[in-house]
Design a protein around this ligand. Structure first.
Ligand code: AMP
Length: 612
């Protein structure tokens, strides 16, 4: 199922795709088409973490955008909103408004305003006067604004009560009634609640018309809420990659798991030196030191805890936003255990592995055993990180609680006078640059991190491979190609043994370069033609040996290798090959009558292939 198939418009689909939403969650599948069709009142039993914000948010935004298009007039009078979302807390209010802002990224005509207590009412009044299309509000503050005549609800078409049970628990019943009494009768009312207490039914009875009920049975719990990402970088860039990730998530609160105590301490020291709020937790610290670090982390005075698996076991903190695996753990159970410390209480969490290219194979094992999907990601660029940081600061500014402070109040007039000559934009520029100059400069000059390409290969690995392919033989030697490589357990001593077995007399052998599926080796140039002819007439356990001049093979050796692979010149029945496990072919087979190999490579005595 796609968002498009649910009827979501292209600009919104694009915005959610950019957020990484690949397909709708169950509550979205159930609610979106319903609200985009002939909207009807709706009661949805759904908890946080089920994706309910997008479930009501996407159709709400789409309907608002459509109605604006239809009327072609903007509601620029005194805050005539078309949709109203009510929720119990300031945190949720900001979260919903942030989500809606992201979803409406490509709907420029839709303006969204969060309205909640504890922040300047004057600023909210100013914005409402300029006009907004969607108000996300806590009930108390909205009533305040309604009483002042700035929040008029007479054009509201949709009202959402989010976490309705919480609002009732917090004593907002009367406020809700006041608000609902002032919206037009023809509006649609959507009620989202995790539970269904009696008061909700009574709201439904008083304010809803034949509501449809949707129950989103199981909340996405535990693993389903954890997203798994991994990055493949060269070993020497692992720390730089870690820093980028930490920078990309400014409000990260997480554990960085390392494999050894030494590594744990080193990484923590480096992070501290680089200005991060980090500390180490491992078995070499005294109990008092460990207690101190754990307590700091518990009360969130510490943002990044660098720990070994064993030491972290004593820590009862699970409410993490991120878990970072600085290298994959030895056992898969540890991976699952580590990752399980995030995404608690219905929240989403991110488990991030920073791997070396050699660990790629283990990713598949983890996926198979833990039933998680690990998504390979490219590291954020310096520019992306700086943007994220700047928005992070803007977010923090928005969330500052404006309590009265005597000191501030006494100097504020003078401060304002002092900065009066700066307009708002310049003031912002200065604050942002002051905060982030170091980071902006750092990312402008940072060393490029060597990252794996789409095939999971690092540039140095590719270069190494290219260099080996293009290498020039030493003087007096000739470079040859053979269609067996490391994956076939072809090691230098085995290759030498094979050459000596296939070619009569003693061949002078030079440099050997083993690749995963084929290899190169040098022989005396006078013997090269003999080696090519003799070896190519042999096979190993049903697989024909292909030897050729390296420069003749060029870039197509892979293809030649594949062609050679399945050619059987032996009539004897063979076990079917499975996957890439060619090395099994080298083990002695007792089923072969008369064979009593002491070495698997005795088989290179092989059979002369019958030329066809
Ligand atoms: P909510 O229940 O609205 O608080 O959503 C929980 C989390 O799920 C939020 O972090 C959303 O960004 C995320 N989310 C919502 N819908 C989707 C989706 N279709 N695919 C992936 N993540 C989603």
């Amino acid at each position: 199922m796609t968002f498009e198939a649910l009827g979501v418009s292209a600009p919104i689909c694009q915005a959610v795709a950019e957020l990484g939403y690949e397909q709708p969650m169950p509550v979205q599948e159930a609610v979106i088409p319903h609200l985009l069709g002939e909207p009807q009142d709706l009661i949805a039993l759904a908890q946080t973490g089920t994706g309910k914000t997008a479930a009501f948010g996407l159709p709400l935004l789409q309907n608002v955008a459509r109605s604006l298009d239809e009327s072609k007039t903007r509601t620029n009078a005194s805050g005539h909103a078309r949709a109203l979302v009510l929720c119990p807390t300031r945190e949720l209010c900001l979260q919903i408004s942030d989500d809606l802002t992201e979803y409406s990224k490509y709907l420029p005509s839709v303006r969204i305003l969060p309205v909640y207590g504890g922040s300047s009412i004057e600023a909210q009044i100013r914005t409402l006067r300029r006009g907004v299309e969607v108000i996300v509000a806590t009930p108390g503050r909205l009533i305040d604004l309604m009483e002042r005549g700035v929040a008029s609800l007479d054009e509201v078409q949709t009202v959402v009560l989010d976490e309705a049970d919480e609002m009732l628990n917090m004593g907002f019943t009367e406020s809700l009634q006041t608000i609902l009494a002032q919206v037009p009768k023809e509006r649609h009312l959507l009620l989202f609640s995790a539970t269904m207490p009696r008061e909700i039914s009574s709201i439904a009875a008083s304010y809803m018309h034949h509501p449809r009920e949707i129950v989103v049975g199981t909340k996405n719990q535990g693993n389903a809420n954890i997203k798994h990402h991994y990055y493949v970088v060269s070993a020497r860039h692992k720390y730089l990659a870690l820093k980028r990730i930490a920078d990309y998530y400014p409000s990260i609160y997480g554990i960085i798991f390392c494999r050894t105590r030494k590594e744990t301490q080193e990484i923590a020291d480096q992070l501290i030196r680089d200005g991060y709020n980090a500390d180490a937790l491992h078995g070499e610290l005294s109990q008092a030191q460990r207690d101190y670090v754990m307590q700091k982390f518990r009360i969130r005075n510490l943002q990044l805890l660098v720990a070994t698996d064993v030491a972290a076991r004593g820590l009862d903190v699970n409410d993490l936003t991120h878990v970072i695996h600085y290298g994959l753990p030895d056992d898969i159970e540890s991976y699952t255990h580590r990752s399980g410390r995030t995404a608690r209480a219905g929240k989403m969490g991110l488990s991030i592995a920073i791997c070396h290219s050699r660990e790629r194979g283990r990713i598949r094992d983890i996926e198979r055993i833990s039933h998680a999907t690990l998504e390979r990601k490219n590291l954020p660029t310096g520019q992306e990180i700086c943007q994220k940081q700047l928005f992070g600061l803007a977010d923090r500014i928005e969330r500052v609680e404006l309590t009265e402070d005597a000191t501030l109040e006494s100097v504020l007039p003078d401060l304002l006078r002092k900065l009066d000559w700066l307009d708002k934009e310049e003031l912002m520029r200065r604050i942002m640059l002051m905060e982030f100059r170091r980071m902006l400069d750092y990312y402008e000059s940072e060393e490029a991190i060597e990252e794996a390409d789409d095939k999971g290969k690092l540039p140095t690995e590719r270069k190494e491979k290219r260099d080996k392919r293009n290498a020039v033989a030493e003087e007096g030697m000739k470079r040859l190609f053979i269609n067996f490589g490391k994956l076939d357990k072809m090691y230098p001593n085995k290759l030498i043994e094979l050459i000596n077995k296939c070619v009569p007399g003693r061949v002078k052998i030079g440099k050997i370069d083993l690749m995963p599926r084929f290899s190169f080796f040098e022989v005396d140039e006078h013997e090269a033609s003999e080696v090519v002819t003799s070896m190519s007439s042999y096979e190993v356990d049903g697989r024909r040996i292909v030897v050729d001049y390296a420069d003749a093979v060029g870039a197509s050796e892979g293809k030649r290798e594949r062609r050679g692979k399945r050619t059987h010149f032996d009539d004897s029945p063979r076990a079917p090959r499975k996957g890439k496990k060619h090395h099994d072919d080298y083990s002695p087979r007792s089923s072969r009558k008369g064979d009593s190999h002491s070495s698997p490579f005795d088989k290179y005595k092989g059979k002369k292939k019958s030329r066809r």
